[in-house]
Design a protein around this ligand. Structure first.
Ligand code: NAD
Length: 354
């Protein structure tokens, strides 16, 4: 574990000495959020780990209820618990308030997004044995939110890359690779065009790589990397990306293993973490009890790892693997007909075997 994550975890552990059960902020989110997060709560509860959930609203549903997508109570809760399990939040395209996800990641400096993407037996895709992890810088790049109109019909979006943020995300990625004994790390960039910004990102990654000689470091231009990902995904191990490329490439990687319903995620900072699936609110299937809950359930497993309940996190991962392998209870996105509830129940039953 890298020292930042350890510090954050220790902070939680110290708090748990005072209060027996850890406090975690719970954000159900918009769209399919409440369905998949309730599923994750059911599975976490079935492990026997007791958590004091502090339920808070954010996003579109908070606007309806409180007139703001980021109520003060939410920010106060996150500042207190420093850890959250979160459903997806709606952000309108081209108009409306700025992304609350980006806001939360910046407000709590959750600079490292980690998205482990693995193939599951029982899920039919053109690829087998994919096992890669996307490490995405979470706080800057074109997500800096600096946009302005220079003249009518001409706008600028500013891409911000700093040595500080580039070096710390590279250290996070290499620490992760070292801890999990991963063999190689590929920095993905477009420094042939953005020589200054992506050039700086690479310079920082190269300097950090020197301290991790056991991990094979390489670089690839983002377009070529996308082609290689969809022809030879097994050749990748840990991927290190800036914010925008990381966002796009993680969805591409999700497609390699069977879709967005399967890939969990975490946003880590020095002082806390938010756990959430890679997918969005899936408005096309919201409220129908058909969303795949696995991405959120696996995000819950990552939360348990963080709370020092790694054994219970492993049990959840094993139960998910077993449920998928049996292939009897698959949601629509995986070619089955099961509901969210049925798939969750199958995973809870499988948990008893591990
Ligand atoms: P999306 O991820 O919501 O959906 C893309 C496709 O994947 C849809 O066809 C959807 O049905 C499917 N899908 C997603 N999750 C699924 C699941 N659990 N089970 C089965 N199928 C699933 O992406 P989008 O439609 O581009 O975005 C919708 C909204 O979500 C937007 O407002 C966007 O800003 C927001 N969003 C939020 C987050 C977040 O909160 N972290 C992430 C991405 C998108």
């Amino acid at each position: 574990m890298n020292s930042n994550r350890r510090k954050a975890r220790n902070a939680t552990t110290n708090r748990s000495r005072v209060k027996q059960n850890p406090q975690v902020t719970l954000i159900l989110g918009d769209g399919v959020g409440p369905e998949v997060i309730e599923a994750a709560l059911g599975v976490i509860g079935a492990t026997g780990v007791e958590i004091e959930w502090d339920r808070q609203s954010a996003g579109g549903n908070a606007v309806l209820r409180y007139g703001t997508p980021v109520p003060d109570a939410l920010m106060e809760s996150l500042a207190r618990t420093r850890v959250a399990l979160k459903g997806p939040l709606e952000t309108q395209v081209g108009v409306g308030y700025r992304s609350i996800n980006v806001h939360l990641r910046k407000a709590f400096d959750l600079y490292a997004s980690l998205r482990p993407t693995v193939s599951f037996a029982g899920v039919h895709t053109p690829f087998r044995d994919v096992n890669l992890t996307v490490v995405r810088e979470n706080t800057e790049d074109l997500y800096s939110g600096i946009e302005h109109e220079v003249a009518p019909g001409v706008v600028e979006s500013v891409k911000v890359i700093t040595a500080r943020a580039s070096s710390r995300i590279a250290r996070f990625a290499f620490d992760y690779a070292r801890k999990l004994k991963r063999k190689s790390l590929t920095a993905i960039h477009k420094a042939n065009i953005m020589k200054l910004s992506d050039g700086l990102f690479l310079k920082c990654a190269r300097a950090v790589a020197k301290h991790y000689p056991e991990i094979k470091y390489s670089e690839q231009i983002v377009d070529a990397a996308c082609m290689r990902l969809v022809t030879d995904p097994q050749s990748f191990d840990v991927l290190l990306l800036e914010n925008l490329y990381g966002d796009i490439v993680s969805d591409l990687c999700a497609g390699l293993v069977g879709g967005l319903g399967l890939v969990p995620g975490a946003n880590y900072g020095d002082k806390g973490a938010i756990f959430e699936a890679v997918h969005g609110t899936a408005p096309d299937i919201a409220g129908k009890n058909v969303a795949n809950p696995i991405a959120s359930i696996l995000s819950g497993a990552m939360l348990l790892d963080y709370l020092d309940h790694q054994r219970q996190g492993d049990r959840i991962r094993s139960a998910v693997g077993a449920a998928l392998r049996s292939g009897k209870t698959l949601t629509r996105d995986l070619g089955g007909r099961a509901t969210t509830t049925e798939m969750t129940d199958t995973i809870v039953r499988a948990l008893a075997r591990f």
